[in-house]
Ligand binder design. Structure first.
Ligand code: 3H9
Length: 689
């Protein structure tokens, strides 16, 4: 019929196959022939049932996201589903791979859904700042109940075929031969005779009595939304499925979808979707990646243990190396405890825990690393120590093994130079806890070989990380910008702001926590140690550290944490300390507005990002956004600092940076030339060239 949709017949069963690689998105060039096929099969007397299947690696993974923000070309998905629901003969979706978003909505337009055992089904639109706009919020609750639908739609997390079967989302699961099984299933249904009830008319699972519990759960979810509109809209729309007639609920869903798709939050989240994929495109497609079968990790402390877990979670055997048996056993025990906590929480099965633990081998002998294809060092953050470790690695590692450092600040070129094979050395900057945090800054040193870099990027994706390649500079992209963000923290306090006020501005902006709370969580001693190493001071934070207040771990820092609580409480002695230091410096406190806090923290953040682009430490502005969203909690609904700068207005940012630069003379406020170019051209990329 078309390159993208074909129809074959197996006896009286028609099989409509969508073939739109890579993920069978419902682009216009699919929708048009799909609609034609369905209309014609509906009226063909020889056809007793229709199966909708997909070629390639997956069922339809959604609407075509690249079409959002452009005028809709008809037929749209809703029109196709409307036609599907006029078909009297049985319609069956045959699902393999992932049925996501518009893909699952298409399947919900069929009378039946059958799935391959490995399939996953979900409505992830919320992750793009949207709600399902093809009837998903009103049809899914009719099959699985409103509470289950609420959980699936607000989290956006897909469920597997077994769960889908138990929930009533699919009618049968097959181990293999999906299309043939779907044809058999369709034939059997046709043989049973109709009428077949479309999902829209099945109200049995909608229960008004669930409303109070629904509202309770929706309110909980709203609290966690942190200013994001989509989760709230999702919940509202699923609620409509219970309280409104089908067509009214469908119309309300459409209205919400249209509003969200045109909004800044969804634009920001779509930007992040493509940015993440763009960041992972490193090296020519034909570069032969090195084979990584076995990984070594040096250091079984918090970082090394987390890194080792990240690899084991991805299925890689790991040799964990420590200097003493005692440190090794302590590290391995912590890993075991962490997995036990996951089992207790229900996020990991006992079998999976055993499987993962079976992948670890502990050692205190560098010689045991000889077999590893990749060795990651997570030892003390000091150049002399790193150089020594790399010298020893150079002596034992096999030729071609990739040697990685987990340094967060140090010069990877210098580390590479302590080996005879700098082409095999790369930075892998994990974020703590390394088994949880998604971001991985991959540091390309001067001599890093392209195939080594491409291998690590691919490996990062395999273990579920979000990789971003960065260049060598102090703190790379993330920590360097963090320093710029925090450069005015103490000045703001001395001039009259409180830690609570600054943190509140951050959480109102959408951050999970503000800088002072984050400092307390990470441990104020870390920054203190770094400052001392660089001959820098911070009068409030240094004083707190000198007095033994390191944050959460000591029960006090910028906040108090009483009786081991993690909830920060205002700390009167910190406020007294700030006032005393201000008096000593002759600074009279004044009221500081939220706007000023943003200007003096987030504008320098953007400015530093521009400098990083100028220096080509990051290849694209969107890479910086990925770093900040995945590593530092920059709100997804604002798309990362560089995307947000566009929303905020580059001219406005430059104007205020100029103002603060004039007033303070500080370099962090001096607008980067690239920022000015950006104001003229409207594009970071255009400006960079
Ligand atoms: C929706 O459906 C709205 C409806 O409710 C309402 C309609 C009215 N569109 O991720 P990968 C591209 S919203 C366009 O690397 P994987 C992707 O950019 C949608 N392009 O593969 C990449 O391109 P490139 C709801 C898409 O195997 C390539 O495909 N659905 C789309 O790691 C490979 O992608 C979703 O949100 C798309 N929908 O993972 C699902 N999807 O090679 C979004 C992918 O040029 N997709 N591309 O960089 C995914 O979650 C993953 O892609 C998937 C495969 C799990 C399917």
């Amino acid at each position: 019929m078309s390159d993208f949709v074909s129809v074959t017949k197996d006896g009286r069963i028609a099989v409509v196959t969508i073939d739109n690689p890579p993920v069978n998105a419902l682009s216009f060039h699919v929708r048009e022939p799909l609609m034609q096929a369905l209309v014609s099969l509906r009226d063909e007397p020889d056809v007793a049932a229709i199966v909708i299947a997909c070629a390639g690696r997956t069922f339809v993974a959604g609407a075509d996201i690249t079409e959002f923000g452009k005028p809709v070309q008809q037929p749209d998905l809703r029109a196709i589903i409307a036609v599907l629901e006029t078909i009297a003969k049985p319609t069956v979706a045959a699902i393999h791979g992932t049925a996501l978003g518009g893909g699952l909505e298409l399947a919900l337009g069929c009378h039946f859904r059958v799935a391959d055992a490995g399939a996953k089904l979900g409505l992830p639109e919320v992750k793009l700042g949207l709600l399902p706009g093809g009837g998903g919020t009103v049809r899914l609750p009719r099959l699985v109940g409103a509470l289950k639908a609420l959980g699936m739609i607000v989290s956006g997390t897909p469920i597997d075929a077994t769960e889908a079967l138990a929930a009533g989302l699919v009618d049968a699961v097959f181990e293999d031969g999906l299309t043939a099984q779907a044809v058999r299933f369709a034939s059997e249904m046709a043989g049973r005779g109709g009428p077949f009830t479309p999902v829209r008319d099945r109200d049995g699972r909608l229960d008004q009595a669930e409303l109070p519990e629904f509202d309770r759960q929706a309110a909980e979810l709203a609290k966690k939304a942190r200013g994001l509109e989509a989760p709230i809209a999702c919940a509202q729309s699923v609620r409509n499925a219970i309280t409104l007639p089908f067509d009214e609920a469908l119309a309300a869903e459409r209205e919400l979808f249209v509003k969200l798709v045109a909004g800044d939050q969804s634009r920001a989240q779509r930007h992040l979707f493509f940015a993440e994929r763009e960041a992972a495109k490193v090296g020519a497609k034909d570069i032969v990646r090195r084979k990584i079968a076995r990984v070594g990790v040096i250091g079984a402390g918090t970082m090394g243990g987390g890194i080792a877990m990240a690899f084991a979670n991805g299925g890689y055997p790991v040799i964990l190396l420590e200097t003493t048996q005692e440190a090794l056993q302590r590290g391995l025990a912590t890993i075991e405890k962490n997995y036990a906590v996951s089992v207790a929480r229900g996020s990991l099965s006992e079998d999976a825990k055993c499987l993962r633990l079976g992948l670890f081998k502990g050692s205190t002998d560098y010689g045991d690393l000889a077999d590893c294809d990749l060795i990651v060092e997570a030892v003390f953050e000091e150049m002399a120590v790193k150089r020594e470790v790399f010298g020893r690695l150079d002596a034992v590692a096999k030729p071609g093994a990739i040697l990685a450092t987990n340094t967060s600040y140090l010069d990877v070129n210098e580390i590479a130079a302590s080996t005879s094979r700098p082409q095999d050395v790369v930075g892998m900057h994990f974020f703590s806890p390394a088994n949880v945090m998604k971001l991985l800054e991959i540091v390309r040193a001067e001599k890093t070989a392209p195939d080594a870099l491409a291998t690590i990027v691919e490996l990062a994706r395999r273990i579920g990380k979000v990789p971003v390649v960065v260049g060598v500079c102090h703190g790379f992209v993330g920590n360097r910008m963090l320093a710029a963000r925090g450069s005015e923290s103490e000045a703001l306090l001395l001039e009259g702001a409180t830690p609570q006020q600054v943190d509140r501005v951050f959480t109102d902006f959408g951050w999970p926590m503000g800088p002072f709370q984050m400092g307390d969580l990470a441990g104020l001693d870390i920054g203190w140690r770094n400052r001392k190493a660089r001959g820098q001071t911070a009068i409030i934070a240094d004083t707190l550290c000198e007095q033994g207040h390191f944050g959460q771990k000591t029960g006090s820092g910028f906040y108090l944490y009483e009786n081991g609580s993690r909830i920060p409480v205002a700390n009167p002695s910190v406020e007294a300390l700030i006032r005393a230091k201000a008096v000593k410096k002759g600074i009279a406190p004044r009221t500081i507005a939220a706007d000023e806090i943003i200007e003096r923290t987030l504008y320098p953040l953007v400015n530093e990002g521009a400098k990083i682009l100028e220096e080509k430490i990051a290849a694209r502005a969107s890479d910086i956004d990925i770093v900040w969203v995945n590593g530092y909690g920059f709100p997804v609904g604002k798309g990362g600092p560089m995307f947000w700068a566009g929303l905020e207005g580059i001219d406005k940012i430059i104007g205020r940076l100029d103002h603060w630069h004039e007033r303070t003379g500080k370099d962090v406020f001096k607008p980067a030339p690239l920022l000015r170019q950006m104001a003229e051209t409207g594009s970071w990329e255009g400006a960079a060239s």
